[in-house]
Design a protein around this ligand. Sequence first.
Ligand SMILES: [Ca+2]
Length: 168
Amino acid sequence: METPTPPGRTNPDSPRSHRDRTRRTRRIATDVNVTQPRTRQAEHYKEQSGVSRVDRPAAHGGATVGGVQHGDWIMFEPYWLGDASAFTARVSAGGAGGTIELRAGAPDGRLLGSARVAGGGGWDGATFTTVTGAISRAPARAGKICFVFTGGSGDLFEIDEIAFTTPS
Ligand SMILES: [Ca+2]
């Protein structure tokens, strides 16, 4: 024999509470379902400006992002930085060197961190080093992230791979 819900008490199966539960579940699932390896090949960008893919047998994935000059950039999307505290870039610094800036949303978006690349390594295509930049003020939501390259004149460096440091 069924017991009717007493007046004044909230029925957990009412349409309203069901809808709230559904909305909450969907929002959490959206964040979790963003697929993003912690390590990313630089040449697997979604969009770019000014750079080119360079075949390098010694590079991870067999290629780098080269032809990098001041103001060039690569973009990845979607990307959720979450609790990442730093990024690292595997670079070949045969040129002038410069800086890798991580920016949110657009090439001129909010600066989240930067890493300095020393120059003068020689363009042998086989010598790589890793540079690190701390991340702060990362966006709470997934979106575009851009790596913007700055420096002097001429080719600056090549980028092989990018990775993010997270606590977990
Ligand atoms: Ca690579």
